[in-house]
Design a protein around this ligand. Structure first.
Ligand SMILES: NC(=O)c1ccc[n+]([C@@H]2O[C@H](COP(=O)([O-])OP(=O)(O)OC[C@H]3O[C@@H](n4cnc5c(N)ncnc54)[C@H](OP(=O)(O)O)[C@@H]3O)[C@@H](O)[C@H]2O)c1
Length: 489
């Protein structure tokens, strides 16, 4: 190209691009975007699992579950009905959120966002009929009183409360996707992180920008092939520390384009002009499209040259992401859908997808006996008090069973534990598991709390409902095998 044909190059834009990404100290920290709380995150491996929400946290089983989760370095959020009263019960590491399962308006994003699993220990409050008193000597088959009565409606707590909780959890539970950039709710941080990198950095004159509109980001501009140029792009600043997406399988973009082909480039090194991993995708004029980019299909590139010897993309260490409109495909080939001039790509979100969730997301403490009221194959006189008194206690077991059914139908990975009579004993005995709801006996609240912590990590616990009681013999570490042997629902 002759000197005359060259278009005038914009030094100011060149410097501003470098300033935006390189010359000023890199202060961006994308992790802030994903951080939902100011609490320091726990250091050990369980912190990667996400938040564990405990409901019924102030109860006999609930508080034991909370203390075990903390001792194993989980990040714990607790639903409590009276936050002030609960403060004295818990370590300050527990995030207390006030709410009530019977009041769906209290099951807010503050309670449910970023939750990886729920352990539900809620139970209808039962108290002594006037004249009777709680007394340790009266502990009998888990009932604290000779003459119990329900304080709240079991239909409300055990069934409708469960329904409310499951519906809320389904909306917010950490799913198999992780939202990285939600342009439908743009923030100042997002604005600060993305900036244009056009061929001005190589002498070209293309020009682009990213702007945030009400519910999308708009990457638009004008690509010119003058001065041997031909690309425009927007890129994130470097992440410090880099993002770990190793649990996921790829990146999902939701875009609406102009019929042109674009590139998505992701980097697992922090260099400005370093190696990247690229994926080309086509858009359709004015049609929203979801593009899934498997990490395994990313092409290692340096600029637009492929570098196969670089090997596979490392999702554990993501430094930056970039969207590009370019004349160039790879290794000298041209983008078949390219035409110089104006372009526009609207972006709703960028997500990581494909996290493999194979452990329980919802562990429910229900009760042995839930199917027994009204069952013709059992002698009611031989049943524990909770079964005999079901009517008197507002159908507590009947409503618990309905609550279980809500969970079984939810589509979540769940485990339903049906303990026999709960005791305050130490809980060092072997556990006996059964299915079919015929088991009788007792089991320590300590043992149930221990069991919840174990189940959280066992894929074999998913979609199983079982009864549990204690044996006379000491625990011999056979619980995992016993859970594996149970039938899924
Ligand atoms: N007792 C037994 O022998 C036995 C046997 C088998 C199964 N179970 C079941 O095992 C589970 C745990 O038993 P537990 O002895 O630990 O129970 P618990 O000590 O009575 O605790 C019940 C918990 O549920 C909470 N709760 C009640 N209504 C609520 C609502 N509307 N919204 C939010 N939270 C609510 C209570 O909060 P507050 O502190 O605000 O009241 C408390 O934290 C219960 O489901 C129980 O029915 C018991």
């Amino acid at each position: 190209m002759s000197r005359k044909q060259r278009q005038s190059w914009d030094l100011r834009r060149f410097i501003s691009t470098l300033n935006n990404f390189e010359l000023i100290p890199v202060v961006s920290d994308l992790q802030k975007l994903f951080k939902k709380s100011d609490r320091p995150s726990p250091k050990q491996e369980n912190s990667t699992m996400g938040i564990i929400l405990v409901t019924g946290a102030t109860g006999g089983v609930g508080k034991r579950v909370v203390s075990r989760l903390l001792s194993q370095n989980y990040y714990v959020r607790a639903l409590v009905r009276d936050r002030e009263a609960a403060k004295s019960l818990f370590d300050e590491r527990v995030e207390l959120v006030q709410g009530d399962v019977t009041r769906p308006e209290t099951l807010t994003p503050k309670l449910l966002e970023n939750v990886a699993a729920v352990i539900s220990c809620v139970g209808t409050r039962v108290q002594a009929v006037e004249g009777d008193t709680p007394n340790r000597d009266k502990y009998y088959q888990g009932t604290k009183f000779y003459m119990p009565q329900v304080v709240d409606s079991p239909q409300q707590v055990e069934y409708l409360g469960m329904k409310n909780l499951v519906e809320g959890v389904k909306k917010y539970i950490r799913s198999d996707t992780k939202l990285l950039f939600d342009f439908t709710h743009p923030t100042e941080q997002i604005k600060d992180i993305w900036g244009a990198v056009d061929d001005v950095v190589m002498g070209g004159v293309s020009e682009s920008s990213i702007r945030l509109e009400e519910n999308k980001a708009v990457f638009s501009g004008n690509v010119s092939t003058a001065n041997n140029g031909g690309f425009a792009s927007v890129r994130t600043k470097n992440l410090t520390p880099p993002l770990d997406l190793s649990e996921y399988q790829g990146i999902e973009l939701n875009v609406q384009g102009d019929g042109k082909r674009y590139k998505f480039i992701i980097r697992c090194e922090g260099k400005w002009d370093g190696m990247g991993y690229s994926y080309s995708f086509d858009t359709f004029y004015n049609m929203p499209t979801t593009v899934r980019i498997p990490f395994s299909e990313l092409i290692p590139v340096f600029r637009a040259k492929t570098v196969p010897e670089m090997g596979n993309f490392d999702p554990s260490c993501v430094y930056s992401m970039q969207l590009m409109q370019t004349k160039f495909e790879y290794d000298g080939a041209l983008n078949p859908k390219f035409s110089p001039g104006l372009f526009r790509l609207d972006i709703s979100y960028i997500k990581a997808y494909g996290r493999n969730i194979n452990t329980p997301q919802f562990i429910l403490i229900s009760s042995a006996g839930v199917t027994r009221p009204g069952r013709s194959d059992i002698n009611i006189e031989e049943q524990p008090p909770a079964v005999k008194m079901n009517e008197q206690l507002g159908g507590i077991l009947t409503w618990k069973l309905k609550g279980e059914e809500v969970l079984r139908q939810s589509g979540l990975n769940y485990t339903i534990i049906r303990p026999c009579a709960l005791t305050e004993n130490p809980g060092n005995k072997a556990l006996m598991f059964e299915q079919g709801d015929n088991l009788k006996g007792q089991v320590s609240r300590e043992a149930i709390a221990d069991l919840c912590l174990q189940l959280l990590r066992w894929p074999s616990a998913c979609q199983k409902t079982f009864e549990v009681c204690e044996e006379e013999t000491p625990d011999k570490g056979q619980t995992k095998q016993a859970i594996e042997a149970l039938q899924p629902d």
